[in-house]
Design a binder for this molecule. Structure first.
Ligand SMILES: [Mn+2]
Length: 345
């Protein structure tokens, strides 16, 4: 099998609530989720800070360390590791107006302190990767904040994290909107630019989620190629998205198989994973699934990746190059379609 290693987050196994209705099935415990991950062939789990240490804000430093070690032990016992930790900067009363870019200095301090706690949890879990999804760092009303000021706050906070831990690597996960109307770091290009404003761009990378690129009107595989060209694609959240609506986190390849194929192709052609990067999924179980079949979206997305990887590896590269050389892209697209459908070409 390929060298690819796969991960997902415990939030991907849920009891099915949405903004319009409550949970519809029983919950899995954390240990059950870890067992399921192993059974389905996954290698790592992704963590929000409070996935590893519940009730984080209410705990002392000693309690945080103790709980993080207990979480790490469960992973170790089941042959899994932690890919990254991401501070949950969108839930508490202190992040209502944003985290690092809130207009309130006390709120900004909370965001930094919470991120430092997440870094400490990462130490205990054995990962030096911190993912920043800047969920509320943006605006609902344009006049509410100053963009240059927000950028100054953001760079300042990131610099303090880089200073706090000299081995830390920070991955920014861009998303154009939701929950805010407009995010400050909406695209991969913004995230790359941000990285070069910090004190150590070599420790700044990107996590690309498929759905977020589609919501920004961009092509996920092109965005991955762009980040790869800067050596900044250090993780992905593969999933799928049906048009411009809420962030759906559908199973990988469910909506647009060709678009999924091209993401796998770009990753494979550029040796993604050779530096230990994971193929991360961020997919949501359909609310209609019963509990006993509510992990299928994870197994299916992983398998779809591997099916598409086989399609990438069995491309007739000589023919592909010849069609590009002839500039016969109409024939190229016909060949790709035939190849994906398994039609004799
Ligand atoms: Mn998403």
């Amino acid at each position: 099998m390929p060298p690819y290693r796969f991960s997902f987050g415990p939030w991907n196994l849920s009891d099915g609530p949405d903004p319009f209705g409550p949970a519809v099935r029983g919950s899995f415990t954390f240990v059950e989720k870890v067992k399921l991950a192993k059974e389905m062939g996954f290698d790592a789990l992704q963590f929000h800070d409070d996935d590893a240490v519940p009730d984080l804000d209410a705990r002392s430093s000693a309690e945080i360390v103790r709980q993080a070690r207990a979480t790490k032990q469960i992973l170790t016992d089941h042959g899994l590791v932690a890919e990254f930790v991401a501070p949950r900067l969108w839930f508490s009363p202190q992040t209502i107006d944003g985290a690092f870019t809130s207009n309130d200095a006390a709120d900004r301090s909370y965001a930094l302190e919470r991120s430092i706690k997440a870094i400490d949890i990462g130490h205990e879990l054995g990962t030096n990767i911190l993912v920043l999804w800047l969920a509320r760092d943006g605006t609902y009303v344009r006049e509410a904040k100053s963009v240059p000021c927000a950028m100054r706050y953001l760079v300042g906070a990131i610099d303090q994290m880089l200073e706090y831990d000299k081995n830390l690597r920070i991955l920014v996960e861009p998303k154009p909107n939701e929950p805010t109307d407009q995010a400050y770091i909406p695209t991969v290009g913004h995230a790359v630019a941000l990285s070069y404003q910090t004190s150590d761009p070599t420790r700044m990378g990107i996590l690309i989620e498929t759905a977020h690129q589609i919501l920004a009107g961009l092509d996920p595989s092109d965005e991955m190629g762009f980040a790869l060209s800067f050596n900044k694609l250090w993780s992905v959240h593969l999933n799928d998205q049906s048009g411009l609506k809420f962030d759906e986190d559908k199973s990988f390849g469910e909506v647009d198989l060709r678009r999924a194929f091209n993401q796998v192709r770009v990753l494979e052609e550029n040796n993604y994973g050779n530096n230990g990067e994971y193929v991360g999924l961020d997919v949501k179980a359909l609310r209609t699934q019963r509990k006993e079949v509510s992990a299928k979206h994870l197994a299916n997305s992983r398998e779809t990746f591997l099916w598409l990887l086989d399609k990438v590896r069995t491309l007739n590269r000589r023919l592909y190059a010849e069609l590009v050389k002839q500039r016969d892209y109409e024939e190229l697209t016909r060949y790709i379609t035939a190849h994906l459908l398994g039609v004799q070409y």
